[in-house]
Write a protein that binds this ligand. Structure first.
Ligand code: GLU
Length: 287
């Protein structure tokens, strides 16, 4: 399905893509699969890479992991062209975006816990529980103990994925009204990433196919925030362990540090990630 010329024709010259790790652990081979797609596509397309540290979830992210991720990228020879503001420093930008959204679209306060949602939800879409809209008409006063949701009108989002081809998703069916900020005041992944991709002028989003289901809602949210032409999306295969279990950062296994300590060279790590992530041969030559 991968067609480099077709992908290039959908992008501006020198497209900007991004590598956006969450600093919740050390870099592992799964991240390097993503990194080899990001850097090889950027190099092949004559584009640039922005590094964005996605530490919007202050409870799980740690500065020492950011440091270690940056050292490992450096060792791998994967140098970003631009280093963006961290998400933890972008609160004022997100607040301004939410204020704009509230003026142009429906937003409302919500005090539902996960347990309430699980109890009241009547529809489960794939692995997702659709928010049943419990607080939409309750008129709660925004403030401590409430989160914020934005109304997702019905309708499909269509896009052509650079790897997976034509896609169609219906955010109102999948997730219902989207949570923008949670009850503890944390910005959600969906909101932070959409605002950042917009303000940083990201043309091409390259990420693992576990995030495919998020794309329709991010395109919808981007349009609601005033972005008419969404980024081009490219979802690549994930790295799977022998057992079929998805690699997790928390497990720490196959950490780049361990591979390095075991004597593997940076080139060999990149080659291993390219092979295990099925990087198309046309891209592998740029590594
Ligand atoms: N920060 C996310 C992660 O580490 C990536 C988000 C994205 O690429 O949209 O899984």
């Amino acid at each position: 399905m991968f067609d480099l010329d077709r992908l290039a024709s959908q992008l501006p010259p020198r497209p900007l893509t991004r590598f956006a790790p969450s600093p919740t652990g050390h870099l592992h081979l799964g991240h390097v699969v993503n990194a080899v797609y990001v850097w090889s596509l950027a190099r092949t397309l004559g584009g640039r890479v922005l590094l964005r540290i996605e530490d919007h979830d202050g409870t799980r992210c740690r500065p020492e992991f950011e440091q270690s991720i940056r050292e490992d990228l450096d060792w791998l020879g994967l140098e970003p062209d631009i280093i963006a503001e961290r998400q933890s420093e972008s609160g004022a930008v997100y607040a301004a975006a939410l204020a704009r959204l509230g003026e142009t679209h429906g937003t409302y306060a919500c005090d539902c816990s996960r347990r309430t949602i699980a109890r009241e939800a009547t529809d489960v879409f794939g692995e997702e529980t659709r928010y049943p809209g419990r607080c939409r008409a309750r008129g709660l006063t925004p403030g401590p103990g409430t989160g914020t949701r934005v109304v997702m009108e019905p309708g499909a989002e269509r896009f052509e994925d650079g790897m997976l081809g034509p896609q169609q998703q219906e955010p109102a069916m999948q997730c219902g009204d989207l949570l923008v900020r949670d009850r503890l005041g944390h910005w959600t992944y969906q909101f932070a990433v959409t605002v950042d991709d917009q303000r940083q002028g990201i043309d091409l989003v390259i990420r693992g196919e576990d995030l495919l289901a998020s794309t329709g809602r991010q395109i919808r949210l981007a349009r609601m925030l005033g972005r008419e032409t969404p980024p081009v999306f490219f979802h690549h295969p994930l790295l799977w362990k022998q057992t079929g279990e998805k690699l997790s950062k928390a497990s720490g296994d196959t950490g780049i540090r361990e591979l390095r300590a075991a004597g593997m060279t940076a080139k060999a790590v990149l080659r291993e990630a390219a092979a295990r992530g099925a990087l198309p041969p046309a891209l592998a030559t740029s590594l």
